[in-house]
Design a protein around this ligand. Sequence first.
Ligand code: MG
Length: 219
Amino acid sequence: MALIVQSDFDDTITVGNVSTMVHKAFAPDLALWQAMEDEYHAGKYSVEESNIREFALIRRSRAEIEEYVRRNVVVREGFGEFVRYCEAENIKLVVVSSGLDLYIRPTLEKAGLARLGFRSGNAEVTPKGIVVSYTDPQGRPLTKGFKDAYLRLHKRQGHTIFYLGDGHSDYGPAEESDFVMARSTLRKWMESNGLPHTPFEDFHQALRSLQAFRRKLGA
Ligand SMILES: [Mg+2]
């Protein structure tokens, strides 16, 4: 069984949630955006539905948003080294995010990691707002459970899964993974549910845990 690393993006690979940063920088009506966020946190919408609703409010050019991302988004300490370790050891590392390609791509490019594969929401920037869509691994449209769909694909393929995440949308995938690195909201949720996990705040810690997990697997 080949080991695969599946990682969340916002506030896992990056310091801070890029989706939130983009809304705070470009939402034409912050109060309206916050009201939509509150509805999401109350469980009224999935993260995918919530992104579709909220990004539709933003009417700014792709160039403007990409420039903001390049200037402001910081990648978590040790991530480059973590990526290079996976490459050197032939471990597949897949970023699966319910966020958007619109900000993931410029973040990875700036970090010199444009080669890294990722799956995310697809953003079409139009004068009437950003149109967000998601498709499952078979190419069918979906509006909930995006990360879970990829997690299950990796399981069906027989992979052992080393998972990294921080938030609400990581609960499902983390529960089904073989080893979980958790921070922030995900960490608290794993703790309160008595689920095994290893806390992390940077990718140096994640790398040490990955190496230890591989030794345990005998890989
Ligand atoms: Mg996250």
